[in-house]
Design a protein around this ligand. Structure first.
Ligand SMILES: [Zn+2]
Length: 353
């Protein structure tokens, strides 16, 4: 799982990776009712956003809903897989769909992941440079923001001497050879590193390829928490709150004191995004929409930003459609249905006036 946070337990929860599946039920949370829905709809796979098993289970008894759901799934041969922080951290993930529903433009990640990038440097004879470069690009190297095929190429001379056991592509055994080469350097996200290296090795003509992989300190702007975007036209705070309530279908929103400023730049993070409040302030967002905000945190903006708690389920609800879309795009003939069971653990009591 490439972008999973250290505390997470995403991935296969129940089932056998080698088993064949035919139909998936997509949901945000797995409950017993969700397993019932999967059984009723003849689904042999449940794909959820939140993992059902977060901490270890010490026994499987009907004691908790988690254990009951796991037992029922196993009994009915239903596998379970969860996306969670892998999808939270994706540029195409949870926060992006929320941003798009709100109509925000010019989207970028609120807190990009660190330590995700590698620089790959490879030395290639002139005649093979083009082919090696292209193979690396096709495997996913060389993407920076809205640009692909990014590399730097410097010509120079490489030296080598082959021993008796070698089968050199050029040069003679036992003699130091000078070869005109290109030093190709390009950037690769860590999760694609093996793919890029194998693609490069496959087309590189040398028996022993000289290449280096460096860890980079740069942020990876294609993955991370939350999203920042802008409205084309700034709006009043109350209009913004009404829009949010409308889009996420919430009967009430908790928010910090109104600031009196217009809302144009909005930071958001579907689910528990309090840890990124500082990033939202740093980005000079007019508003920060997330969930699970603690009481004292509402004091922090001090008029610099409107903080809005839209509810955990509400701000992540569009993830179901997103997962369904991603699955059907990748496996067009595979059946995936969105669960009808409402799994929101939070209920609202709205008193009639
Ligand atoms: Zn969540």
């Amino acid at each position: 799982m490439q972008w999973q946070e250290s505390y997470d337990n995403a991935g296969l929860q129940v089932g056998d990776l080698n088993a064949e599946v035919h139909k998936a039920l997509i949901c945000l949370d797995i409950t017993e009712e969700i397993v019932d829905e999967a059984i009723a709809k003849s689904c042999d796979l449940i794909v959820s956003h939140h993992p059902l098993i977060f901490k270890g289970l010490k026994h499987l008894t009907p004691q908790s809903y988690i254990e009951r759901a796991v037992m029922k799934a196993i009994k009915h041969d239903i596998a379970m897989i969860s996306m969670h922080t892998n999808l939270d951290n994706s540029f195409l993930g949870v926060s992006r769909v929320l941003a798009e529903r709100l109509g925000l433009k010019n989207l970028h990640i609120l807190q990009p992941l660190e330590g995700q990038l590698r620089k790959v440097v490879v030395y290639v004879p002139l005649s093979a440079a083009q082919e090696v470069r292209n193979a690396m690009f096709e495997a996913g190297a060389g993407c920076i923001g809205n640009y692909d095929s990014c590399s730097f190429n410097a010509k120079g001379q490489g030296t080598f001497r082959a021993n008796d056991e070698a089968h050199p592509y050029v040069g003679e055994i036992g003699k130091v050879h000078f070869e005109d080469e290109v030093r190709i350097e390009t950037v690769v996200p860590n999760y694609l590193l093996n793919r890029v290296i194998s693609a490069m090795l496959k087309v590189h003509p040398y028996e022993e390829v000289a290449y280096d992989v460096y860890a980079m300190e740069n942020e990876f702007t294609q993955a991370g928490a939350g999203m920042v975007g802008e409205f084309e036209i700034a709006m009043d705070e109350l209009d913004f709150l009404a829009l949010v309530a409308d889009v996420i279908g919430s009967p009430s929103l908790r928010h910090s004191a109104l600031t009196g400023r217009k809302i144009q730049k909005v930071a958001l993070c579907g689910g528990s995004g309090s840890p990124f409040m500082g990033d939202a302030l740093h980005q000079k967002a007019d508003a920060y929409l997330t969930a699970d905000i603690k009481y004292h945190d509402f004091f922090i903006p001090e008029g610099r930003m409107l903080m809005v708690d839209g509810g955990h389920f509400e701000t992540e609800q569009f993830t179901k459609e997103l997962i369904c879309e991603l699955i059907t795009k990748k496996f067009p003939t595979f059946a995936a249905v969105i669960a009808e069971t409402n799994t929101n653990a939070v209920h609202y009591f709205v008193k009639n006036k």
